[in-house]
Design a protein around this ligand. Structure first.
Ligand SMILES: [Zn+2]
Length: 492
């Protein structure tokens, strides 16, 4: 990738700014296949941290990991009518299994046509539930709690690194339960897991709630989501959890024999978060200088940069810094030494700034002589002279402070840009502003109004927050009666 030196500011063009951050922080690269991204080592190390934390949370709530095939027989996708409607337009289809060399080059061997086409999974409900029909027989087999880490493919026309790519990485949980209540509890529980992951690791407040009928997952009974607000006042759906009811159980004959000897269909859930969350992370905290990462998810939390004036002092400074890193590593994880002597001091400092490392420590011969180090925090750019003897304690505290400071800033933004609106003209005016934000408005529940609003304002319903207050009101569009508000926003 060509080295990119300047970053478009957010005020100039938010969308270009986002793409610049992805590039300068070396998170992802464009690939030869349109719409697919190459996740670069630094970007992938962030994803690995997501996996490490979430995998533990998923296992701590009783789930086990498994792996199912990438290919799904086409016939599976016709079994659940709503599901096929939802995904048919974005499926990659495998039709042949062999190439053939000809004088004109390699061609698809016409004789190697598959008897049944295979679909590259856009999501795995169908292939997993076909298997569950074999695995589940009795009430003793329930609940079945399985998660898989995988890639999926959805043929997208307009793509953007992390936010929307044709192939992406995710985890998908798939569970089966004896009762509706058990499935409902599971769907809510996993949404709460995502909520706490966002809050405690990504320093991102999210609004958990229920999706409208037209925004729910194809084939689900209820879809729940967590919605977060980006710096430009648009919404990003960071994770979803579905109570699938018995829709798939009936389509795939997933039944169990109850304690009473009667056969029943199981109740199911599925839930997932993807590499899209990295897009959320970028757009929540980063600034015009580059990426900003919350310490709890940063692959490198602290970088120590030795600064030398000449070869004579280099060895001494380097040795001193190695000791600082060794000592600090006993109390703080992911501390790194930047000993690259082929880069200038400026180049090294700039790299860590644009990569969003939360804390940078600069140490030169003069600092060593005075027993101090310069500590710079990435979020506020504040510099502080700290005695070396107190460095570890100071940095450990500072990391906690940065984490909570980033959360507080994101929460303030969410609060400041949330509006309660009862008048459609005002509603439209708000959505035309630079930062449209979230609008809490009454809606009658009719998909027709939802569609008209989307056509006229580009805002969609995001979710009915779980903590919504029941109150009588009139639909912002048609005036029909409504029992509660729903959040409208422009969304990624
Ligand atoms: Zn209405």
């Amino acid at each position: 990738m060509a080295a990119k030196k300047t970053i478009t500011t957010r005020a100039e063009n938010y969308s270009d700014w986002y793409l610049d951050i992805v590039q300068v922080a070396e998170l992802a690269d464009y690939s030869a296949v349109k719409g697919c991204m190459i996740i670069m080592p630094y970007g992938y190390s962030i994803w690995e941290n997501f996996q490490k934390v979430l995998d533990k949370m998923i296992k701590d709530t009783g789930h086990k990991n498994a792996y199912f095939p990438l290919f799904i027989p086409k016939s599976f996708l016709t079994k659940e009518a709503q599901h096929v409607d939802g995904f048919a337009k974005e499926c990659a289809v495998v039709t042949h299994h062999r190439l053939k060399a000809t004088p004109d080059g390699v061609i698809v061997d016409p004789e190697a046509k598959l008897s049944e086409e295979l679909i590259v999974r856009p999501t795995s409900e169908t292939i997993i539930y076909d298997t569950y029909a074999k695995w589940i027989n009795s009430w003793r087999d329930l609940p079945l709690l399985i998660n898989q880490w995988a890639n999926v493919v959805r043929w997208e026309m307009r793509t953007r690194p992390f936010l929307r790519t044709t192939e992406f990485l995710w985890q998908e949980g798939h569970t089966a339960h004896a009762t509706y209540d058990d499935a409902e509890e599971e769907a809510r529980k996993m949404l709460a897991v995502y909520e706490s992951f966002c809050r405690d690791y990504l320093a991102t407040p999210v609004i958990p709630g229920k999706k409208s009928e037209s925004e729910k997952f194809a084939g689900a009974m209820h879809t729940y989501s967590i919605e977060s607000m980006m710096q430009d006042g648009k919404a990003l759906q960071a994770g979803t959890s579905h109570n699938l009811g018995q829709n798939f159980a009936k389509a795939f004959e997933v039944k169990y024999t109850g304690k009473d000897g009667k056969q029943e269909y199981v109740w199911q859930t599925s839930w997932g978060v993807s590499t899209r969350m990295i897009g959320q992370l970028i757009m929540t905290h980063s600034d015009d200088k580059g990426l900003v990462l919350p310490p709890n998810i940063a692959p490198i939390k602290v970088v120590v940069v030795p600064i030398w004036k000449d070869e004579g002092s280099k060895e001494n400074v380097m040795k001193f810094c190695e000791n600082v890193v060794a000592e600090m590593s006993a109390a703080v994880d992911s501390v790194q030494l930047d000993s690259r002597d082929y880069l200038s001091m400026g180049e090294r400092l700039y790299e860590w700034e644009k990569k969003g490392v939360p804390v940078r420590i600069e140490i030169g011969q003069r600092d060593i002589d005075s027993g101090n180090a310069v500590v710079v925090r990435r979020d506020t750019s504040e510099k502080k002279i700290v005695p070396v003897a107190e460095l570890t304690e100071y940095v450990a505290k500072l990391l906690t402070e940065i984490q909570s400071g980033l959360y507080a800033a994101a929460e303030k933004r969410l609060r400041d840009n949330s509006h309660v609106i009862d008048n459609y003209d005002e509603f439209k005016k708000q959505l035309e502003k630079d930062i449209p934000g979230f609008i809490h408005a009454h809606w009658c529940g009719n998909a027709k109004c939802e569609e008209l609003i989307k056509d006229e304002t580009k805002a969609s319903t995001r979710c009915i927050p779980f903590d919504v207050v029941k109150e009588k009101g009139a639909c912002i569009k048609c005036g029909e009666s409504s029992d509660q508000r729903i959040i409208f926003a422009k969304a990624y």
